[in-house]
Design a protein around this ligand. Structure first.
Ligand code: K7E
Ligand code: CUA
Length: 636
């Protein structure tokens, strides 16, 4: 078998070597696939910097376990603590990355998350109704006016109970346009566009001349609902769906939509109260292309397209048919002209279908097998991943000539060039996110690590520089220059701006309060002690809430908190932050608690005891360092 000996030859090692103590050049945000979370790597080193918990609970810092963060995972089907995360998009201003937010999609229980890049925290999650398999998501328009969410699996609107065999009649796909508030970033479903039953796969916004448009790829226009492997591959062509979102906006304003009752969860994290909360939204505005002419067009695209990618100029739209032996490239100006000249070849459920030839810029011939995704270098070149022939193929957009090809190890999915789906790509590196690793790493039982590969694309020919393992299945990624983000980082939370209901502003304010069988422990943590560290008068079956405030006002000094036999894991509390863990003791005894993060030379001393007595016993409530009673606190 051919290995990458060519890669280690020459200067590859030097190109990825970041001297100890030096920073990487780029942040690379990588989707975690079935891990539900997002990971952050440095490029070119491939070093893992962080896991950002998004759609799955995360034991490292108690996300989804702490009382403050539990609500982030709420849905109308109750808390959903694990999802499948595929695509990421950095917010943009004027088609360029602005370093403010990162959007992430959840496929399985359709949701979109917004991550704040000052804190690397998930601060908002919005559920999407009338959707299933939220795959063509969360791509944004040029000024982040909207984030989109398209359904991979068509379903009946309003969760109607109908026979599966009534697919053609009852099943629909929807494209949701979610507006993003310019200053706060808050998301809101502005409208949903109703589309025929089929599978919307991926999407990208237009830019420049095509600013007003969004392009979705779709497959299964055969409308199969069983054995899709065969039945959804019958037709020679499926479609790229072109949506004029500016028109849609006008129709929405003009009252052309209808309000549909439904429910979906909207979870937001408030940095001031340091708590997430859920609002259940009650309706959504639906726009039907039947009532909104000129809003949606179909462009035939061979053969079960996957990626739909728009080049930096906004003129070229690349469809990638998984089963096609060519790559069709559409021209926006030709699409516009075809619409003007009514060059249609019929309609699909009333939506005009533009003639293939009329929309086509041209085809890349014999590029490789199984084209999936395309990214751009800003120098007029495109790079397409070939899943079946395991390679990256570089081609020129103007004359559609193949310029270079390099193998991937193995079965590449998405590609990513930093800024490669924006107006100004930084065309220095390309990362391939692979589906299979086989023999590339030390074997680790039946499950092998997932992986990415880094290529230098600054020259005429691509050069493989590095393999690096990833967490979960890496579907897509985004990367931006480190300078865009690194100096904006919040180093600690200002304790004076901590408006948590349960903050403890100093050790003297630490206390334990009983209310029926609810016991609130207001605890502080600072190097190297917890206050209070002795608690008595708690009974079996009490609901004990430890509200731990980290009093440190310094960068990189988190404290942890865990109590014996607690069935939640522990908390990791950032400086100036308050987090809460609930503990319901089931048996009498002494329960040690301690800081779980080695924070100082006396970290091992950072501990305490909780005494749990039998229900109905008369042990009085006491707490402190030594013994303090509620009466003594009242006098302070
Ligand atoms: Cu992995 Cu974008 Cu979900 Cu293609 S998708 S590979
Ligand atoms: Cu605080 Cu260890």
């Amino acid at each position: 078998m051919k290995t990458a000996e060519s890669a280690v030859a020459g200067d590859a090692a030097q190109k990825v070597y970041v001297t100890p103590g030096k920073y990487d050049e780029f942040y690379n945000f990588v989707s975690g696939g079935f891990s539900g979370n997002v990971t952050v790597y440095g490029l070119p080193s491939g070093r893992l910097l962080k896991t950002i918990p998004v759609f799955s609970v995360f034991p490292e810092n108690g996300y989804g376990y702490s009382e403050e963060t539990k609500a982030m995972l709420n849905t109308t089907n109750g808390p959903v603590a694990w999802d499948d995360q595929h695509h990421l998009e950095l917010s943009q201003t004027d088609g360029k990355q602005d370093g403010r937010w990162l959007f992430a999609n959840a496929n399985n229980t359709p949701r979109i998350a917004r991550i704040d890049l000052k804190t690397f925290k998930t601060t908002e999650i919005l559920q999407i109704p009338n959707s299933a398999g939220n795959h063509s998501s969360p791509f944004t328009t040029e000024n982040t006016e909207y984030v989109v969410a398209g359904t991979r699996f068509s379903v009946p609107m309003g969760d109607a109970d109908v026979p599966i065999s009534s697919f053609k009649k009852n099943f629909r796909s929807t494209a949701s346009f979610i507006s993003v508030d310019k200053s706060s970033g808050n998301m809101k479903i502005a409208f949903q566009i109703l589309l025929p039953g089929m599978n919307l796969d991926l999407s990208h916004a237009g830019k420049g001349p095509s600013h007003d448009w969004f392009f979705f790829s779709c497959y299964n226009t055969e409308q199969a609902y069983t054995l899709l492997e065969v039945n959804a591959s019958q037709k020679d062509k499926d479609f790229v769906v072109a949506v004029n979102w500016k028109k849609a906006e006008e129709y929405a304003k003009a009252g052309k939509g209808h309000k549909m009752a439904t429910t979906y969860a909207h979870n937001t994290y408030d940095e001031s109260t340091q708590k997430a909360s859920t609002v259940i939204e009650k309706e959504v505005l639906v726009l039907d292309p039947k009532d909104c002419p000129d809003m949606v067009y179909m462009i035939p695209c061979p053969k079960s397209p996957h990626g739909a990618d728009v080049d930096p100029t906004g003129e070229y739209i690349v469809g990638s048919g998984k089963l096609a032996a060519l790559i069709p490239v559409f021209s926006f100006s030709k699409i516009t002209k075809a619409i003007q000249d009514k060059q249609f070849e019929g309609n699909f459920y009333g939506i005009p279908v533009i003639k293939y030839e009329a929309a086509l810029h041209g085809e890349v011939k014999k590029p490789g097998l199984g084209p999936l995704h395309t990214e751009f270098d800003g120098r007029g070149n495109a790079y397409t991943s070939m899943f079946l022939s395991s390679e990256v193929v570089k081609w020129r957009i103007s004359d559609l000539q193949v310029l270079d090809r390099k193998p991937t190890y193995y079965s590449v999915g998405h590609l990513m060039i930093p800024g490669g789906d924006t107006k100004n790509p930084s065309g220095k590196y390309l990362v391939a996110y692979n589906k299979i690793t086989k023999d590339r790493y030390l074997p680790t039982g039946p499950e092998l690590c997932q992986s990415a590969q880094l290529y230098d694309i600054s020259g005429d020919k691509m050069q493989l520089l590095l393999d690096f393992p990833t967490t979960g299945e890496p579907h897509y990624g985004q990367a931006c220059p480190a300078d865009l983000i690194k100096d904006k980082q919040v180093k600690y939370y200002d304790i004076n701006k901590n408006h948590s209901e349960y903050v403890t502003m100093g050790e003297k304010k630490a206390k334990v309060v009983r209310n029926g069988n609810k016991v609130d422990v207001y605890m502080t943590a600072i190097r190297s002690h917890l206050v209070p560290d002795n608690i008595e008068g708690v009974f079996v079956g009490d609901d004990v809430y430890f509200h731990v405030t980290n009093l440190e006002q310094d960068w990189d000094v988190p404290h942890g908190f865990a109590v014996k036999n607690s069935n939640s894991v522990d908390l990791l509390i950032m400086p100036g932050e308050t987090l809460t863990i609930k503990f319901t003791p089931q048996k009498q005894g002494i329960y040690p608690f301690y800081c779980t993060d080695f924070c100082s030379a006396l970290h091992q001393e950072m501990s305490g005891y909780l005494r749990v007595s039998p229900k109905g016993s008369n042990v009085p409530l006491k707490f402190g360092t030594g013994v303090v009673t509620p009466e003594a606190v009242a006098k302070q």
